[in-house]
Structure formats: structure tokens, C-alpha cells
Ligand binder design. Structure first.
Ligand code: KE4
Length: 438
């Protein structure tokens, strides 16, 4: 094997100066913790602009972007059709706080696309979507207890910031200070892919809802075991418990109808976000009409938002969804398969493992693909950090934590895909020998 390719360290001097300024006025210098690159012990590049599948930072370094703003940018950065739609909408005003025809068109498109949706309510973030879905489930069932899955992340609100994944797991802070014990006591947890653990909870108390990422993306990408999602549907129905699919990440990523379509699974409520906003702040929750009718102003369960259904975000979402056709998903899957075929032999040959569902993937620094959070925790996080930095130096912008999934954009051309393959191979060579821990 040739000497490992040692990517040159890139110049990050402008980003470093910006980070020093940022830290004076913003905690950690970032507006969302995972952006701090703490888990990979590096300083984050400050991004100047995005162009298609590239990010260019303040020092002029360019990267192939496999984060895509943590999922939304399935079409890449500054897609001309999406950008034009936003500009057109902005010329008519940025916010009215009143119903608009565009929201009706958009809601109809969401209901038509996702098999769980009969009615939908728009909001501004995935956190809001899951927070409101939980309140609605509690209001509809009259029950207080909920079940979430260890390692699944549903946003930064009290009810679900318990044994969460993503940044909470990355920072090894199960839950968070500031969440009252009384609140956390109403949230039960169970390992992913463990139906007996769910059944035991359901047999012991009346549960309002089980919420799950149908394909986990916040402890790295982990697929549901065969029968897992169907088992959740069966068990929740048997116990009068609602099943909530958190498709903020998987919605319109894995198929137009999300994981529900890809796995043919039914649920009572679904949460959407990221892609549906086309890069602008927009999310949604919805499901069976009889449940959604409990929402204010029709029913007693209150939910609201000044910028819910914002015209600019709706314009970006509509323009994006209009481009998500069969051909795009076929291209997305083909890109995933090409990446898989090129990298899996290298990854497994070095005693590591790789998971992929469509255009979501993770390289795990352990020898076998994890099935749940405890197994992800066995990864060699130090080696992952060195791998991440080497990939960045090679021009591949991967999520800065083992507990995250990478996202392939549908607009990734062959040249950029080859750059990703070469960059990841070079980074793997730098950390050769890792992953032997388990
Ligand atoms: P937001 O509130 O960040 O829009 O969505 C919360 C959320 C809900 N559900 C799922 C399945 C999610 O993945 C997320 C947010 N994902 C993280 C990335 N793992 C967002 C990145 C960040 O926190 O900055």
C-alpha cells in the first residue's frame, strides 16, 4: 500500500479570527452547538458562500458539501429555481401573519406526497414540529407519558431532550440541565430496534405516543431492523398509543413520501422539516384528520407561530418539492450506490463499518454496523476526529461528529463524487488501524 496521502492543512486564518470575534458575542461562537466542531477538536471554517454542491469558506478553501445544512439542501446550494422563487416572493412582501394561497397549495402538495398526512400544520423548525406533535398526542389521548428512542434526536425542547442523539450525544450530556425532573419523568426511553423494551413500557403504563426517527440519523445513520417499524405500529395500536414518525430528516430525503413510503409503514402523526423548507425556516406536523382537528382553532390543543407558513419559506419549499420527482430519487440512489461500491471495500478492509440508506450514510469507527446507541458509543471517537479533519483537508465537508449522518445532494456530479471518494480514501489512510476497539 502506498504511503498514506497526507492532505495539506488548509489555511483557516480568516475563519480563526472570525471565531475569536464570534466567541465574544455568541456562546461558543456558533448558533447551534454541533457547528462548533467540538467533537472533532477543530475550529469550524466560516462559510462565505455555497455554490451547487460546493461550500467556499472565508479563506477561499472549497469543499464538497456532504452536510447540506444538516439535510435541507438536497438540491445543493443556491439552486437557481429555488433562489428565483424566494426573490419573487420577497418582492411581494416577506410576511403577512395572514393566510395565503401559496400555503394552501403547499399544504395540498405535502398531503399528496406523504402517506400519513390527511391534514398538516406549518411551523418554523423541526423542534417546534415535534414539540407540537407531542402536545397534540397528549391532548388527543388524555395521557401524559411518552416514549422516545435512545439516540434519536427530535429538537431542543424539554420533553424530548432526554437520551437524545445529535449534539446532545456528541457532547455526552444525556438530557440537559434545566429540564425539570418532573418533565423528564414523563419521557420513557428504549433502545432503537428493541421491540420488547417498547412492549414492556406499554404494558406498564398508559402512553400517549411513541416518537421515532424511522431511519435514525442522529446517532449516525442506522436503518430499522426488519419488522421494527411494523412492530411499533402494531404495539402502539394494541395499547391506544399514537405512533409519531419524526421525518424531519428522512422526509423527502428517502422518497417523496419519506421513510413511510420507503418502508410502507403507517403512523398517526408525522413531523417534517429540513428539505420541506428548501433551506429556509419551515417545518410541519400532521396526520390523521380526527387528530389534527383537535388543534386550535378547531379544537382545544393550542399551537401557534408568528412566522408559521412564512411566504418566503413556503416559496422555497414549493420550488424544492416541485423538483423532487422520480428521476431525482433514482439519481440520488444511484449516487449513493456508486459511493457505497467505491468506499465500502476500503472502509471494511480497515476494520471499520459503513451504513447507508439511500443518500444518507455514516462511516462508523467500529468493525460492525451498530444497531443502536450503545453500539455507536463503542466507536473510536478519537480516530473519527482525525478522519474528519483529514477529510476536511482533502476538501470533503462531513458532519463533525460520529453521531451524525452525511447527506448526498442529488446534484452531485461525477467529478465531485470522485473528489469525495478520493478525499475519504485519503482520510481513511491517515487514520489506518482505527476501529479495532470492538
Ligand atoms: P430543528 O429544530 O433543528 O430544525 O430540527 C430538530 C430535529 C428534529 N428531528 C430530527 C430527526 C432532526 O434531525 C432534527 C435536527 N437535526 C440536527 C442535525 N442532527 C440539526 C443540526 C443542529 O442541531 O444544528
Amino acid at each position: 500500500m502506498s504511503a498514506p496521502h497526507q492532505p495539506a492543512h488548509l489555511d483557516h486564518s480568516r475563519s480563526r479570527r472570525l471565531l475569536e470575534r464570534a466567541r465574544e458575542v455568541i456562546p461558543g461562537g456558533v448558533n447551534s452547538p454541533v457547528r462548533a466542531f467540538a467533537a472533532v477538536r477543530g475550529d469550524p471554517p466560516f462559510i462565505a458562500r455555497g455554490e451547487g454542491t460546493s461550500l467556499i469558506d472565508e479563506d477561499g478553501n472549497d469543499y464538497v458539501d456532504l452536510i447540506g445544512s444538516w439535510g435541507p439542501l438536497i438540491l445543493g446550494h443556491a439552486h437557481p429555481v429555488v433562489t428565483e422563487a424566494i426573490i419573487e416572493a420577497a418582492r411581494r412582501g416577506s410576511s403577512f401573519g395572514a393566510p395565503t394561497a401559496a400555503e394552501v397549495d403547499f399544504a395540498e402538495a405535502l398531503v399528496e406526497a406523504h402517506p400519513v398526512l390527511e391534514q398538516v400544520r406549518l411551523c418554523s423548525s423541526g423542534t417546534e414540529a415535534t414539540m407540537h406533535a407531542i402536545r397534540l398526542a397528549r391532548g388527543f389521548t388524555g395521557r401524559d407519558v411518552i416514549i422516545k428512542i435512545d439516540g434519536c434526536y427530535h429538537g431542543a425542547h424539554d420533553a424530548l431532550l432526554v437520551a437524545a442523539g445529535s449534539g446532545v450525544e456528541t457532547f455526552a450530556q444525556p438530557g440537559s440541565p434545566g429540564i425539570p425532573a418532573a418533565t423528564a419523568a414523563l419521557t420513557l426511553t428504549a433502545p432503537f430496534n428493541d421491540l420488547p423494551a417498547i412492549e414492556k413500557h406499554l404494558q406498564r403504563q398508559r402512553v400517549a405516543a411513541v416518537i421515532v426517527e424511522p431511519v435514525a440519523g442522529n446517532m449516525g445513520c442506522i436503518a430499522p431492523a426488519p419488522g421494527y417499524l411494523e412492530g411499533l405500529r402494531r404495539l402502539t395500536q394494541e395499547h391506544g398509543t399514537l405512533l409519531i414518525l419524526d421525518e424531519v430528516m428522512t422526509g423527502f430525503r428517502l422518497a417523496r413520501g419519506g421513510a413511510a413510503e420507503r418502508y410502507g409503514v403507517d403512523a398517526d402523526l408525522v413531523c417534517l422539516g429540513k428539505i420541506v423548507g428548501g433551506g429556509l425556516p419551515l417545518a410541519a406536523f400532521g396526520g390523521r384528520r380526527e387528530i389534527m382537528q383537535r388543534l386550535s382553532p378547531e379544537g382545544p390543543v393550542y399551537q401557534a407561530g408568528t412566522l408559521s407558513g412564512n411566504p418566503l419559506a413556503v416559496a422555497a419549499g414549493r420550488a424544492t418539492l416541485a423538483l423532487l420527482d422520480e428521476a431525482l430519487y433514482a439519481r440520488l440512489d444511484a449516487i449513493g450506490e456508486a459511493l457505497d461500491a467505491a468506499l465500502r471495500p476500503d472502509v471494511e478492509g480497515r476494520g471499520l463499518s459503513m451504513t447507508r440508506v439511500g443518500s444518507m450514510f455514516t462511516i462508523f469507527f467500529r468493525s460492525s454496523p451498530p444497531q443502536n446507541l450503545d453500539e455507536v458509543r463503542e466507536c473510536d471517537l478519537d480516530a473519527f476526529a482525525r478522519f474528519h479533519r483529514a477529510a476536511l483537508d482533502a476538501g470533503v465537508y462531513l458532519p463533525p461528529a460520529q453521531f451524525e449522518a452525511a447527506f448526498l445532494p442529488a446534484t452531485l456530479d461525477d467529478r465531485a463524487l470522485q473528489r469525495v471518494i478520493d478525499g475519504i480514501r485519503a482520510a481513511l489512510a491517515v487514520v489506518d488501524g482505527a476501529g479495532q476497539k470492538d
